[in-house]
Design a protein around this ligand. Structure first.
Ligand code: HGY
Ligand code: MN
Ligand code: MN
Ligand code: MN
Length: 416
């Protein structure tokens, strides 16, 4: 018997739309990690996990885990999940599709009367999106033992440290140095592609073979605030001028590298800010966070060297100081597990769904869980490849396909 036949598309879609609507009234389409609205979403998830017969707990890294014991003692745990936080003004499916497809798989096993050999865990990872601490994938880093002491000391603009925020979310940051869990046998994450490939190819399923490395760098220029009207152009120390040069360099150089045949390359200045940010004051300081994605590690290492040299030159030309050039996070590219990829493709075939292998240029929790056990991902198309925006859309059919593939693959992994 295939539990995939017990997946209920309407139940899944209703859950997706309900959770997608739990967003910040002051900022629609937003459920930022560590916020009250995020906790509202968590409370709703915990209730749905419990109704599905899962036993819920928060692990030391603040991840919400729903667990069901397996029939074979010592067989270990198979896990599936994703994240329920969003970027500001985000989409309805990024993250929650993976959490709710995993929940739907758990309900399908229950409805089929199937107890897996392995323990089953459904996870909502804490803070997958870059948070106010400047860090992403906080829960999955924590689970993998990769959340360093320095990272736990990072402070949000309001002064709260990440360790305090983790404790506020029910985590136990002081225990994050204890030995990592060793019971995990496999991890699968369902996610919208957040790109255009599957839609262009007219395919419903992607088996992810690799997850791009993500490196984020903070650049801070310090100049001098002056009166915008009385300070002659040749007597200024305008930090924004240096920042503008960085933005132009990043776009131009990343475009050249993307065309150079050295694998995937993108670089984005997603955070740009000046201070004191007043129209009649020459900017005293300017802060940029650059997000860099590559499939080849050597490309980002060379790019970072060029970026630092260019930042120093731009600072000198604008008569300002390069106050900070700091790597906020640096995740290497991850290869997904070949056996799990084959099982995803096999499950797609069994369900009559066309599929292809695909590389993820988005970062995911799976990249960190891969440090603990074999990991792989199932992608479904999203309309026009749009994501990280309220226009993000995944069809009910594609969502149901994802849940069926996940259920089938988890059942095959359990038998394996
Ligand atoms: O930024 C990313 O790649 C992911 O969507 N958090
Ligand atoms: Mn995202
Ligand atoms: Mn995501
Ligand atoms: Mn993800």
């Amino acid at each position: 018997m295939n539990a995939a036949e017990f997946v209920q598309p309407d139940r899944l879609w209703s859950d997706l739309m309900t959770l997608a609507d739990i967003t910040d009234p002051e900022r629609p389409h937003t459920r930022r990690s560590f916020s009250d609205r995020f906790l509202d979403g968590r409370r709703w998830l915990e209730q749905r996990f419990t109704e599905a017969g899962l036993t819920c707990h928060l692990d030391d890294a603040g991840n919400l885990i729903g667990r069901r014991l397996g029939s074979a003692d010592g067989a270990g745990t198979i896990m599936s999940g994703s994240h329920s936080d969003t970027v500001p003004d985000g989409g309805r499916f990024d993250g929650i599709l993976g959490v709710l497809c995993a929940l739907e798989a758990a309900r399908a096993f229950r409805d089929a009367g199937l107890v897996l050999r392995h323990d089953l865990e459904i996870v909502d990872f804490l803070a997958e999106e870059p948070s106010d601490f400047g860090l992403s994938c906080i829960g999955s880093r924590g689970m993998a033992g990769a959340l360093t002491t320095d990272q736990r000391a990072l402070a949000a603009p309001g002064g709260e440290t990440l360790a305090l925020a983790l404790a506020r979310m029910g985590g136990r940051p002081e225990r994050l140095d204890t030995p990592r869990r060793t019971d995990l046998r496999a991890f699968l994450e369902v996610h919208i592609e957040q790109g255009i490939v599957l839609e262009q190819d007219g395919l419903p399923i992607g088996a992810v073979t690799a997850i791009a490395g993500v490196t984020r760098v903070e650049i801070l220029f310090e100049g001098r605030a002056d009166h915008a009207g009385t300070t002659p152009m040749d007597r200024r120390q305008d930090a924004a001028v240096a920042a503008a040069g960085v933005i132009t360099f990043v776009s131009r150089r990343a475009t050249e590298l993307a065309r150079s045949g050295q694998g995937h390359m993108t670089a984005t200045c997603g955070i740009v800010g000046v201070s004191p940010n007043a129209s009649n004051v020459v900017p005293r300081s300017a802060r940029i966070v650059v997000d860099i994605r590559v499939s080849e590690r050597a490309v980002v290492e060379a790019f970072l060297k060029e970026l630092e040299t260019t930042s120093l030159r731009l600072a000198s030309e604008a008569h300002v100081r390069l106050e900070r050039f700091r790597c906020l996070s640096d995740t290497k590219p991850v290869t997904c597990d070949a056996t799990l990829i084959r099982m995803i493709e096999q499950a797609a075939g069994q369900l009559g769904l066309k599929h292809r292998q695909i590389v993820s240029s988005a970062g995911h929790d799976a990249a960190f869980v891969a440090q603990l056990c074999p990991a792989a991902m199932v992608f479904v198309p999203c309309r026009d490849g749009r994501s990280h925006d309220p226009e993000e859309w995944c069809s009910p059919e594609d969502a149901a396909n994802a849940a069926r593939i996940l259920t089938q693959a988890l059942q095959d992994i359990d038998r394996d």
